[in-house]
Ligand binder design. Structure first.
Ligand code: 5RP
Length: 227
């Protein structure tokens, strides 16, 4: 199976999870990325069963609206039963690296509110130790050079993310992303706390303190649910 076919498989499995586990009329949290796009397309077929979605990016909002799915503001709700999102890496404890698509800050906010985080990935994303995928860090542009020096001091190689046209990539929040290559991540929760504590950091793409509750892992054998 191709990676896209595996992404489609887990996207469909996540829609089935929502159908079986989320009460009719509830709001669903929706992440960002190519795997989530398959989930959104599957969700469209059952859009009458739920009230709407909380979206983690402009791109997902546009896709949801194209399907006629209502997108609510986070301020409009108090509880969110489920949040479905992809990841760039996930370890055996449900800790993740996220932000390959640049939506890490809003993703972390929606994940914070959700009761259950369902991570949907193909098997290439499952790792024993996080860090092969460059760690995305969203920063306030003014702090860019100073934070690159601090990130380099941790042992990584920080690189400013560029857009397709080679201009500096700008997040939905108007900020910059630094991708940190080659970082050794022994304790994801401690590293998340440390980096998040620095002035100028908006979000680090480590999702360890609030990891995934359930992982739907797609492989040629099908979809495995890991709790
Ligand atoms: C976006 C993310 C995505 O979930 C992550 O990059 C995985 O994307 P894809 O499903 O396209 O591989 O964190 O910020």
């Amino acid at each position: 199976m191709t990676q896209d076919e595996l992404k489609h498989l887990v996207g469909r499995a996540a829609a089935n999870y929502v159908l079986s586990n989320v009460a009719q009329g509830a709001v669903v949290g929706v992440g960002t990325g190519s795997t989530v796009n398959f989930f959104i397309d599957e969700l469209a077929a059952m859009k009458d069963r739920f009230r709407g979605a909380i979206s983690s990016s402009i791109a997902s909002t546009e896709r949801l609206k194209k399907h006629g799915i209502s997108v609510l503001e986070l301020d409009e709700i108090e509880t969110l039963p489920v949040y479905v999102d992809g990841a760039d890496e996930i370890d055996h404890s449900g800790h993740m690296i996220k932000g390959g698509g640049g939506a890490l800050t809003r993703e972390k906010i929606v994940a914070m509110v959700a009761q259950t985080f369902v991570c949907i990935v193909d098997e290439s994303k499952r790792v024993d130790r996080l860090g092969k995928f460059p760690l995305p860090v969203e920063v306030i542009p003014m702090a860019r050079a100073a934070l690159m020096r601090r990130l380099a001091a941790l042992g990584g190689e920080p690189v400013v993310r560029l857009a397709k046209d080679q201009s500096v990539f700008v997040t939905d929040n108007g900020n910059t992303i630094i991708d940190v290559h080659g970082l050794r991540i022994d304790d994801p929760e401690a590293l998340e706390a440390e980096i998040n504590g620095w002035p100028g950091i908006v979000t680090v793409g480590l999702f360890a303190q609030r990891g995934a509750n359930i992982c739907l892992l797609g492989s040629a054998k099908g979809v495995e649910r890991i709790d």
